[in-house]
Design a protein around this ligand. Structure first.
Ligand code: GLU
Ligand code: ZN
Length: 284
């Protein structure tokens, strides 16, 4: 079977150690299966992005030897496609406009009865959820069950500011790029059922998922660009790659003397079953 994997960073800043771990895991899993490894820049949210981030992310990946196949796909070039998919959902009467203020907890359906002709912009667009169980078999966390209607409720597919929501764009593009395997951070584990539900509504293919435990900072929070985690140090690629391999439960390949030989050996030895399910802590 053909394998197509991908790494899909949001260009809000340079890669930090946690995002490098995810990139490395998806790269090694793809290469282990003689698969392709694609790069998709998820530049859907200009206010949160930095103009220099895409080039900087590519420079960092290259410094770590993580060479993607083909050209990177930028989500900002795909807005028409997202709109078309919204139209398909609309044709199936699965969308409604929502003018509610942001509230904690699952959406309770206050605007379900509203129609687009009744409501003036700005509004968010939500997709209906039904009394339906979504299940998938995660490569790391095993069988997952979810009831999106109870856990999140009808969710946003186009934001009040007019931007397309991540959940929609990601599943449309995974299908468009023929992605068969999504290896990504466990912070997205609870987004997966929403993406599978959208794939069902839009008759898109659903990839196999594997979620890598997120790397936590010393404060116990996920390393993230928002928490100003340091960019990964591209001056010491071998040392950083070894640390990332250890985080992933893999041998650090101490004998390797170049980035390319380290990656080759790490690919040969890659064993997804050894990735720990618990989060690990990072200290530089
Ligand atoms: N762009 C998302 C992020 O950087 C990841 C999307 C994905 O891997 O599905 O958090
Ligand atoms: Zn509402």
């Amino acid at each position: 079977m053909e394998y197509i994997g991908r790494f899909a960073p949001s260009p809000t800043g340079p890669l930090h150690f946690g995002s490098l771990v995810v990139a490395l895991a998806s790269y090694l899993d793809a290469r282990k299966h003689n698969g392709q490894w694609l790069l998709r820049i998820e530049d859907l949210d200009p206010p949160r992005e930095s103009h220099s981030a895409p080039a900087e992310i590519m420079r960092q990946l290259t410094a770590f030897g993580l060479q993607w196949d083909g050209e990177a796909l930028f989500q900002s070039t795909r807005l028409d496609t997202y709109s078309k998919n919204l139209q398909l959902l609309q044709n199936a009467r699965l969308l409604f406009p929502c003018t509610c203020k942001r509230q904690p907890g699952p959406y309770k359906g206050a605007c379900r009865h509203k129609s687009f002709s009744d409501v003036a912009e700005p509004y968010a667009v939500r997709v209906l959820t039904k009394d339906q169980r979504i299940q998938f078999d995660d490569l790391i966390y095993g069988k997952q069950y979810s009831f999106p209607d109870q856990e999140v409720g009808d969710f946003v597919v186009r934001r009040k500011d007019g931007l397309h929501a991540y959940q929609l764009a990601v599943i449309v593009d995974d299908a468009f790029q023929g992605i068969t395997h999504v290896i990504r951070g466990s912070d997205l584990l609870d987004s997966t059922p929403r993406q599978i539900l959208l794939a069902q509504y839009l008759a898109l293919s659903v990839p196999t998922y594997g979620h890598i435990p997120v790397v936590l900072g010393k404060d116990g929070h996920k390393l993230s660009k928002q928490s100003h985690a340091m960019p990964v140090d591209t001056d010491r690629p071998l040392a950083v790659l070894r640390q990332a391999l250890q985080t992933l439960g893999q041998a650090p390949q101490r004998a390797a003397t170049t980035v390319s030989s380290l990656l080759r050996q790490a690919t040969k030895a890659w064993d997804l079953a050894r990735v720990p399910r618990e989060s690990t802590y990072y200290s530089a």
